[in-house]
Design a binder for this molecule. Structure first.
Ligand SMILES: [Zn+2]
Length: 253
């Protein structure tokens, strides 16, 4: 059954903010090899799409309450911070943006072609969503939408560490773990991003970015340990490899 035909694409637009441990050309090659579709590589989304007033719109998507979707006019100071993040590539941790609002702003900046094809932005910003069945915001690694988003800080802050880690004293925390969780300046970021980009691609292909099989890199990891096991070491499971094969052949026929 060619269920992906509903959302076909022939090209991928990949926006990436500069990051030490990500080789953008390798990433482009990886996706092109997996999909047999050309990838157009771009810089950071908000840098490339900058227009007067964009910083104010982005600041307006800041999460204000952990348990409610309420927004307010940003303060001049907050707008200035956004301007510096865009213009100077400043990295600021601790700000969470509402994923729905942020991608809505991004959608308005897409060209017709970018809307029609698969467009994904890799960002250092932290995004969260408050879903209908949840009582507070959760930090997300990916947002499957148009455009899709992969958040680098989300990889670090989204999937949780074991409870003992949070209960341990400062300086003792790492000792509670039998694995190395992802950190912000992590050399393993490249393979993690590869897996998460594939999740956005599968969302476009079959409507579901996730797989329930462990060791498939589409596994929806909620814990850091699962990220290490599935998104760093994982490959696609047989079923998802087959889906990609069909997608590649579809182009030929
Ligand atoms: Zn799978």
């Amino acid at each position: 059954m060619n269920s992906w035909i509903e959302l076909p694409f022939e090209k991928i637009f990949l926006y990436i903010e500069e990051q030490d441990h990500i080789d953008t050309k390798d990433l482009k090659g990886f996706i092109e090899e997996k999909t047999d579709r050309p990838v157009e590589l771009k810089g950071g989304f908000f840098q490339e799409k900058y227009h007067e007033g964009l910083e104010e719109k982005i600041a307006g998507t800041r999460v204000r309450e952990k348990t409610e979707r309420v927004f307010q006019e940003p303060l001049p100071k907050e707008v200035e911070i956004e301007r510096r993040i865009i213009k100077e590539g400043k990295e600021i941790l601790g700000i969470i943006y509402d994923g729905f609002r942020l991608t809505q702003i991004m959608r308005q900046l897409l060209t017709q072609e970018e809307k029609r094809e698969h467009t994904v932005a890799v960002t250092k910003r932290t995004v969260g969503t408050l879903e209908k069945n949840e009582n507070r915001y959760h930090v997300r690694v990916i947002l499957a939408s148009i455009p899709s988003l992969v958040s680098l800080s989300g990889i670090v802050e989204g999937p949780a560490k074991p409870r003992d880690y949070y209960l341990a004293e400062r300086g003792e925390k790492e000792k509670t773990l039998d694995f190395q969780p992802m950190h912000h300046d992590d050399e393993r970021m490249q393979s993690a991003v590869e897996s998460y980009l594939l999740q956005t691609i599968f969302w476009r292909l079959v409507g579901d970015p996730f797989c329930s099989r462990e060791k498939c890199c589409l596994y929806n990891s909620h814990w850091q340990k699962e990220v290490i096991e599935n998104q760093l070491d994982g490959e696609l499971c047989g079923e998802h490899r087959e889906t990609l094969n069909q997608f590649r052949e579809e182009k030929l026929s």
